[in-house]
Design a protein around this ligand. Structure first.
Ligand code: AMP
Length: 630
């Protein structure tokens, strides 16, 4: 497929905020996409070259794009940088420079989706000595063959700053519109409404008395996506075996599936109202979610964002191998850190283990974790998602040999008595936990959904997980550090919406051990291997973290420097990658920020290494909290 076709869709989508229009544009593109292009097109549409759970990234910041633009346009880097300062947007700079250039080069290779995708994937595999030059050449090669508007989107893709919002919901609906045989969509063409007709075959698959049969079909697609985690796979199955094929999609041990999420209950009465009586209450442990798979005797561990972290947690692998009966299963659990006295520690103290690439055994000893198992999703080839919660719990009780500070079952109480439930809640808080989870005894396990089969109950105002999108340089004693951080939430389409700035909660400690590590590519030292070179900044940053577990300005500055995509004298705009947890006193309406809200007294609590942009708080959630607090 010509890259141009994809770019036309980006352009059309950027000009509308109507979800139906976006759905239409993407669905028309999908109809024209061949089987072997589906994966690439779907990823690129989202500005990605790897699935969301894959940690690989292109490692390209603004400076490198400037070099590539200079090479492709024949201008000096200084000139390109000046243009950048004028517009603040390297995509626009690319558009302008390639426009001029095109008059000179009449013949250039026509760009295909395959070529762009393959070249961008190459970027993520290059590291070590000479990496900057090689990457510059690849990007400038693409830019030289690109039209002006193609160049604009290539630059935005490598900077991971698409400025075009296509959320998972829109992609899913586009798949429904384009790839479900037997579903006819009559769309009004201006983004306001559509109706549908279902074939007799499809009608057989939905409840007869359903008022919204279209929604039933969408749900089938969503359920399959929650298990496969790949839209491309969903489309392939639809094309080959239709909706019936999707209904047969099953959990596959070894392949992570989306975890179930839990809405918040206002109080204990509300918790019972949502999950029913009697209910199971469990400690809500403050660690990070681990989905543990075992297949053919081999244990694999995944985070909530489906990253494979098996290598980082040999201690958990061992605990599961030794203490859990069975050869084939998927467990859901929370890994929690504890100190020398066995006291549970907050998430931040062990978060560094998630990204660790070497020296793992030592760090595992220094920052031990206990696995608190609370659910099971599959066992010996059997999918347990539709089995009631109580039965699932009984299974894990039979399978797990509990061993303190290694692997235990989530502490649980089943009751219909509000007083007993409240006592249990207090007991959890006294033990240093965050609160309790309340669970419906018959509840199924619904991957990816925040449905009422379980709720969380905690005493504090709900913290927000927000992503840093920019920062300002500090003044006076904070000069040299980024000190005020612009934070954003997201909407359903993945657009980021500003919600204010935060500068408190961060330590001013000067970390002398931390040197400038902004050159992300680095130059390998002859005694070290490449992975160590890549990791050196991470190592330095950890020194800061070990101090009281509070985030420091130095640490945030070092994390953000390689992510800069725009800068001026006051500060920087960065790729939205660093997720921080923020507490606050109140949510207020505000016309100053694009979310329409601002936080009163926001405070940085910790960096959430286990969360990606897709996991940050949504505007709907913030709106609910706003009304709740009133
Ligand atoms: P939150 O992160 O505040 O939305 O709370 C939900 C998270 O609590 C889940 O994603 C789990 O990581 C964690 N959690 C801790 N203990 C439990 C438990 N017993 N059952 C389910 N989730 C738990």
């Amino acid at each position: 497929m010509d890259y141009k076709k994809l770019v036309e869709v980006y352009e059309n989508i950027s000009k509308t905020s109507k979800r139906l229009s976006k759905t239409y544009y993407v669905s028309e593109l999908l109809k024209k996409t061949k089987d072997d292009e589906i994966e690439k097109v779907l990823l690129l549409l989202n500005g990605r070259i790897h699935p969301a759970w894959d940690k690989s990234d292109m490692g390209v910041a603004a400076k490198l794009v400037i070099k590539a633009l200079a090479l492709a346009s024949g201008l000096s880097s200084d000139k390109v940088e000046k243009e950048w300062k004028k517009t603040g947007d390297l995509g626009i700079v690319a558009y302008n420079l390639m426009q001029n250039k095109k008059q000179a080069t009449l013949f250039s290779e026509k760009l295909s989706v395959e070529k762009v995708f393959a070249d961008l994937r190459k970027l993520s595999k290059i590291s070590g000595h000479g990496a900057v030059d090689t990457k510059t050449k690849i990007i400038s090669g693409l830019l030289s063959s690109a039209s002006n508007v193609e160049a604009q989107y290539i630059v935005r893709t490598v900077l991971e700053d698409m400025r075009v919002g296509i959320g998972d919901g829109t992609v899913r609906d586009s798949i429904v519109w384009s790839s479900v045989e037997g579903l006819k969509i009559n769309y009004d063409g201006d983004g306001n409404k559509f109706d549908y007709e279902l074939s007799d075959d499809l009608l057989q698959l939905v409840p007869e008395d359903s008022k919204n049969k279209y929604a039933n079909i969408v749900e089938i697609i969503q359920d399959a996506y929650n298990i496969t985690n790949e839209f491309a796979e969903v489309v392939q199955i639809l094309r080959k075996d239709g909706v019936n094929g999707l209904l047969k999609v099953d959990v596959s041990v070894g392949k992570p599936i989306k975890v179930m999420l839990y809405p918040k209950a206002k109080d204990m009465e509300d918790a019972f109202r949502i999950v029913g009586k009697p209910a199971a209450f469990e400690y809500k442990y403050d660690g990070f979610r681990i989905q543990a798979h075992k297949k053919n005797g081999k244990v694999m561990l995944f985070t909530r964002r489906l990253e494979n972290v098996t290598n980082q947690f040999p201690d958990i692998v061992k605990a599961i191998s030794e203490n859990v009966k069975g050869d084939d299963f998927i467990l859901d659990s929370e890994a929690v850190g504890f100190d020398k006295n066995g006291k549970y520690l907050p998430f931040q103290s062990i978060s560094q283990r998630i990204k660790r690439k070497y020296d793992i055994e030592r760090v595992a000893k220094e920052y031990p974790v206990e696995l608190n198992v609370f659910d099971i999703l599959a066992k010996e080839g059997k999918n347990l998602l539709k089995m009631g919660f109580l039965k699932r719990r009984k299974l894990i009780e039979c399978m797990i040999k509990e061993e303190d500070k290694k692997i235990i079952l989530a502490r649980q109480l089943i009751t219909d008595d509000i007083e007993k439930a409240l006592d249990f809640y207090q007991e959890a808080l006294k033990a240093g936990e965050e609160g309790v989870m309340g669970k419906n005894l018959e509840g199924i396990y619904k991957p990816g959904a925040r449905v009422g089969y379980g709720v969380k109950l905690k005493p504090t105002m709900e913290n927000l997980d927000l992503v840093i999108v920019g920062a300002e340089w500090g003044k006076g004693k904070r000069s040299g550090w980024l000190s005020s951080f612009h934070i954003a939430c997201r909407d359903d389409d993945g657009n980021l919406l500003d919600i204010g700035k935060v500068g408190t909660g961060i330590k001013e400690l000067v970390q002398e051990v931390i040197e400038d590590s902004s050159d992300a590519e680095g130059v390998p030292n002859k005694d070290s291997d490449e992975s160590k070179v890549e990791d050196s900044s991470e190592e330095k940053v950890e020194v800061a973290k070990e101090d009281n577990n509070r985030v420091t300005f130095t640490q945030l500055t070092e994390l953000l420097k390689p992510l800069v995509i725009e800068e001026d004298n006051n500060g920087v705009k960065v790729k939205p990658e660093i997720v921080i947890e923020i507490s606050y006193e109140e949510i207020q309406k505000s016309s100053k920020y694009s979310s329409g809200y601002a936080l009163r007294f926001p405070r940085v609590l910790r960096i959430r290494e286990d969360r990606a942009v897709i996991d940050i708080s949504t505007i709907d959630f913030i709106e609910d909290l706003y009304f709740e607090q009133k």
